[in-house]
Design a protein around this ligand. Structure first.
Ligand code: NDP
Ligand code: 2IT
Length: 448
C-alpha cells in the first residue's frame, strides 16, 4: 500500500476538494483507496459504474440542532449528526458517538469505515454513523436523559428496523441507548426493538453485545497468533482506554491465558505488573463512573502515570481500544522495538498512517480496526436477528456465533491478502474483501 493507483488518484483528489477540512475522513478514504489499484484491474466495471466515486459520497447526511436544559435550568445547544453512508448490503448500521471532539469529519470517517467493516461480518447490514459534540462527562443521569430525549426527538424520523439502526460508540452505552429507546417508543407509539441495538437484556437486548467488541477483537488477535503457530498463553499485553471495548478486551485476554498489565484514559495510564484487577476496573468504570486513576487507591503496588503514554510500556500484544490516531509512527516504532509481535485494533483507526507503515514493514501481526473490531456490530446484527424472531439466545450460543464470525473474517482477510500478492497484510485483505462485496451489490442495484 504505497500509493494510490493512477486510475484512482483523481477520485481521491476529488474527495479532498469536496470535503474540505475533514482530515479524519480523508485519512480513512486514502487507506482504502490505496488498496484498490489491483481490484479495478480485475473489475473494470467498477470504474465504468463509478463505484469508488459513489462509495465516497454518503447516501444521506443529516445535521440537526439538539437543545437541552441542565439541572440548573440553563439552556445548551449541541449539534447532532447521522451520516447514512451506504445501504447496499442492508439498513444503515453503526454507532452513535457523544464526545466534544465530534464534527462531521469524524462521523464521516467512522461511517465510511463502517461500510467495509459491516460487509466483512457477512451479515446484511449497510454502513452509517452518528453522534454529537455533547460531552457526557460530569453530567448527571437526568442531564444525559434530557439530552438523549432531545437528540431522539429529531433522529427518530430517520430510523427504523429496515432503514437505519444505531447503537453505541464512545460516550454511548446502555444508559444512553435506554433513554433513546424510551423516547423513540414514546414518539412513535411502537415497541420496535429492532430500531436500536445494545439494549438492556430485559427489553430486547442480546447477551454478549456488551462484551462483543472486546471479545471479538481478542478472538481476531488469537486467530492472527494461531496463523503464526503462536497463542496468547503467557503474553504480556497492554490495552488503551478503560471503556466498554477495553474492559472486555482485557477480560478475554485473561481468559485466553494472556496477562494484561496496563490500561488508560485520556488523563493517564495504569500499570499493574501483577496483571490488571478487572473486577476493580469494572466497579470504577461501569458502576461508579469514576476515573481510572482511582485504581491505585486500593492497589498501592500499581502505578498511575499522569499524562503517560501507554505504548512506552513493553508488551508482546497491544490492543488500542480508545480512539482514532492514538498510535503515532514513533509509538509504533517503540512498540516494535520493545518486542511487540501483534496489534489488534479495538478502536476505529487508532493507528496513524505512519504507524501502520511501521507495523507492516516490521511484518508483525497487525489487525486493522475494520476487521478486528467488527465483532461489536456483528453482534448487533445478531441482536437484530433475535428481535426480528422475537427470540433470545443463550450466552454460550451467541458467543460461539461471535467467535465463528471473527474466525471467518480473519480467514477472508488472510486469503484475500494472499490472493492479491501481499501475504500477511490484513490491511489490504480487509479493505479489498470488504470493498468487493459492497461494490458487487452496487453494480447489481444499478445507478442509484
Ligand atoms: P467508551 O466511551 O466506553 O470508552 C472510551 C475510552 O477511550 C475511555 O477510556 C476514554 O477515556 C478513552 N478515550 C476516548 N476518547 C479519547 C481521546 N480523545 N483521547 C484519549 N482517550 C480517549 O467507548 P468504547 O469503549 O465503546 O469505544 C472505544 C473505541 O472502540 C472507539 O474508537 C470506538 O469507535 C471503538 N469501537 C466501539 C465499539 C462498541 O461496540 N462500543 C465497536 C467497534 C469499535 P476518557 O474517559 O478519559 O475520555
Ligand atoms: O464502530 C462500531 O462498529 C460500533 N460502534 C458498533 C456499531 C453497532 O451498530 O453495533
Amino acid at each position: 500500500m504505497a500509493h494510490v493507483d493512477e486510475k484512482i488518484e483523481g477520485m481521491y483528489q476529488e474527495v479532498l476538494k469536496r470535503n474540505p477540512g475533514e482530515t479524519e475522513f480523508h485519512q480513512a478514504v486514502l487507506e482504502v483507496l490505496e488498496c484498490l489499484g489491483p481490484v479495478v484491474v480485475k473489475h473494470p466495471e467498477y470504474l465504468e459504474r463509478k463505484i469508488i466515486e459513489r462509495i465516497c459520497e454518503p447516501e444521506r447526511q443529516i445535521i440537526f440542532r439538539v437543545p437541552w436544559q441542565d439541572d440548573k435550568g440553563i439552556v445548551h445547544i449541541n449539534r447532532g449528526f447521522r451520516v447514512e453512508f451506504n445501504s447496499s448490503l442492508g439498513p444503515y448500521k453503526g454507532g452513535l458517538r457523544f464526545h466534544p471532539s465530534v464534527y462531521l469529519g469524524i462521523i464521516k470517517f467512522l461511517g465510511f469505515e463502517q461500510i467495509f467493516k459491516n460487509s466483512l461480518t457477512g451479515l446484511p447490514i449497510g454502513g452509517g454513523k452518528g453522534g454529537s459534540d455533547f460531552d457526557p462527562k460530569g453530567k448527571s443521569d437526568d442531564e444525559v436523559m434530557r439530552f438523549c430525549q432531545s437528540f431522539m426527538t429529531e433522529l427518530y424520523r430517520h430510523l427504523g428496523e429496515h432503514t437505519d439502526v444505531p447503537a453505541g460508540d464512545i460516550g454511548v452505552g446502555g444508559r444512553e441507548i435506554g433513554y433513546m429507546f424510551g423516547q423513540y417508543k414514546r414518539i412513535t407509539n411502537r415497541y420496535e426493538p429492532g430500531v436500536l441495538t445494545g439494549k438492556g437484556l430485559t427489553w430486547g437486548g442480546s447477551l454478549v453485545r456488551t462484551e462483543a467488541t472486546g471479545y471479538g477483537a481478542t478472538f481476531f488477535v488469537n486467530e492472527m497468533l494461531k496463523a503464526r503457530k503462536d497463542s496468547f498463553d503467557g503474553k504480556i499485553c497492554t490495552v488503551s482506554g478503560s471503556g466498554n471495548v477495553a474492559i472486555y478486551t482485557i477480560e478475554k485476554i485473561h481468559q485466553l491465558g494472556g496477562k494484561c498489565v496496563a490500561c488508560s484514559d485520556s488523563n493517564g495510564v495504569i500499570y499493574d505488573e501483577k496483571g490488571l484487577d478487572l473486577n476493580l476496573i469494572k466497579q470504577l468504570k461501569e458502576v461508579e463512573r469514576r476515573r481510572i486513576e482511582e485504581y491505585v487507591k486500593t492497589h498501592k503496588h500499581a502505578k498511575y502515570i499522569a499524562k503517560g503514554n501507554i505504548w512506552e510500556i513493553p508488551c508482546q500484544v497491544a490492543m488500542p481500544s480508545a480512539t482514532q490516531n492514538e498510535i503515532s509512527g514513533k509509538d509504533a516504532a517503540t512498540l516494535v522495538k520493545n518486542g511487540c509481535i501483534a496489534v489488534g485494533e479495538g478502536a476505529n483507526m487508532p493507528t496513524t498512517p505512519e504507524g501502520i507503515k511501521v507495523f507492516l514493514e516490521a511484518k508483525i501481526a497487525y489487525g486493522p480496526g475494520k476487521a478486528a473490531n467488527a465483532g461489536g456490530v456483528a453482534t448487533s446484527a445478531l441482536e437484530m436477528q433475535q428481535n426480528a424472531g422475537r427470540d433470545s439466545w443463550s450466552f454460550e450460543y451467541t458467543e460461539k456465533k461471535l467467535e465463528d464470525i471473527m474466525i471467518n473474517i480473519h480467514r477472508n482477510c488472510y486469503e484475500t491478502a494472499e490472493e492479491y500478492g501481499a501475504p500477511g497484510n490484513y490491511v489490504l485483505g480487509a479493505n479489498i474483501c470488504g470493498f468487493i462485496k459492497v461494490a458487487n451489490a452496487m453494480v447489481a442495484h444499478g445507478l442509484i
